[in-house]
Design a protein around this ligand. Structure first.
Ligand SMILES: [Zn+2]
Length: 364
């Protein structure tokens, strides 16, 4: 028998952590922190695991590695770009970005998740019907490639957006409309973005597709350069050259009108924190956040005060993407992760006859 338990990230935007138990092995998938402050998975009662597999390098999937000491200090399996982001003392083993390997006696297949540098979905051959864990994923990214996963009986799927179903093309157009401002004027804004996430996508889109004056923070420029070298395998065809040109040619942050993109995403640290301090009292400069607004962050405070705007830039699957994924993989039981179940009524209806399981555990 196989058993899966969503240790953390069930019915909430919480840190990712999933336990898989098969006849052969016990594996932990992801061990995150946040995105709200002080949120860590509760590993009490988990016991010893044979291996820890990481889907991608974002903090809400990898930020609690220190807790692994309490579950037998397992070897950490991840792709090379993700391994490069982890603390140097981490005992890593390398997963392919798209391919097969064996972990603790289980056949593990991976494919690019369309979401982050070195990010993969994980497909486990469990012996009683295979399991797919998407981690975070997106099929819409203009930058990151997505590989269709193989058939799976049970799937734990990124449902961060719940019933949301707006295409990225429309979300991007809404961002353009907001930034366009006065006719003829150069768009003038601060956009705090995650350098290791949607930052390069938004910068590339605004600069290359729209031809707008994009200014890059040092952290974002370095992230784009790393993307072109260490994580180039995960890029869509032709993007490497285009991103490299952007990193070389875009000016740095300045007071000149333009679109200033820099981390951190919530404006709490780094160059975006300095930008917010500098421009918050200059209403002609728009401030736009495009991702999750953590409690207690400048992102949430400025948005709630009406000084900043929030517009989602899709980096997780829409409702239609989840339904299509379940159909194409022949999934029978789907556990939605990283979102509130109350916001998934239409998803549940459209998945039928695939059963949406909202319990924390499932056995097969
Ligand atoms: Zn992520």
């Amino acid at each position: 028998m196989n058993r899966i338990q969503i240790v953390s990230g069930c019915n909430e935007k919480g840190p990712a952590c999933v336990l898989v138990e098969t006849d052969a092995a016990r594996l932990l998938l992801d061990l995150g922190y946040g995105p709200d402050p002080d949120r860590r998975p509760d590993l009490a009662g988990i016991g010893t695991v044979d291996a820890l597999l990481l889907s991608h390098g974002h903090r809400d999937h990898t930020g609690s590695l220190a807790l692994a000491r309490g579950i037998g200090d397992p070897q950490v399996w991840c792709t090379a770009p993700v391994a490069a982001m982890l603390p140097p003392e981490t005992r890593t083993a390398i997963l392919p970005s798209a391919g097969q390997c064996e972990v603790a006696g289980l056949r593990v297949q991976t494919g690019r998740n369309g979401h982050a540098p070195g990010g993969v979905w994980l497909h486990l051959g469990t012996g009683h019907g295979d399991l797919l864990y998407t981690g975070d994923c997106s099929i819409e990214s203009p930058v990151h490639a997505f590989d269709p996963p193989p058939a799976a009986r049970v799937a734990v799927v990124d449902a961060s957006y719940g019933d949301y179903d707006t295409p990225l093309t429309e979300a991007a157009q809404a961002l353009v409309d907001l930034l366009a401002g006065r006719a003829g004027a150069v768009p003038d804004a601060v956009l705090p973005v995650p350098p290791g996430g949607r930052g390069p996508e938004i910068a590339w889109y605004l600069a290359t597709r729209r031809g707008w004056p994009v200014q890059l923070g040092d952290d974002l420029r370095q992230a784009i350069e790393r993307l072109c070298v260490e994580a180039a395998h995960g890029l869509r065809p032709g993007l490497r050259e285009s991103l490299r040109d952007l990193a070389r040619s875009a000016p740095g942050l300045s007071a000149e009108p333009g679109l200033r993109l820099a981390g951190s995403a919530d404006g709490s640290t780094g160059e975006s924190a300095a930008l917010l301090e500098r421009f918050a009292d200059q209403p002609q400069v728009a401030i736009v956040f495009t991702g999750y607004l953590p409690h207690g962050s400048p992102a949430r405070a400025l948005t709630e005060a009406g000084r900043a705007r929030y517009l989602r830039w899709n980096v997780h699957p829409r409702r239609r993407d989840i339904v299509a994924l379940a159909r194409s993989c022949g999934v029978r039981h789907l556990l939605p992760a990283f979102g509130e179940h109350a916001a998934m009524a239409r998803l549940r209806a459209e998945l039928d006859p695939v059963e949406m399981i909202t319990a924390r555990e499932h056995s097969w």
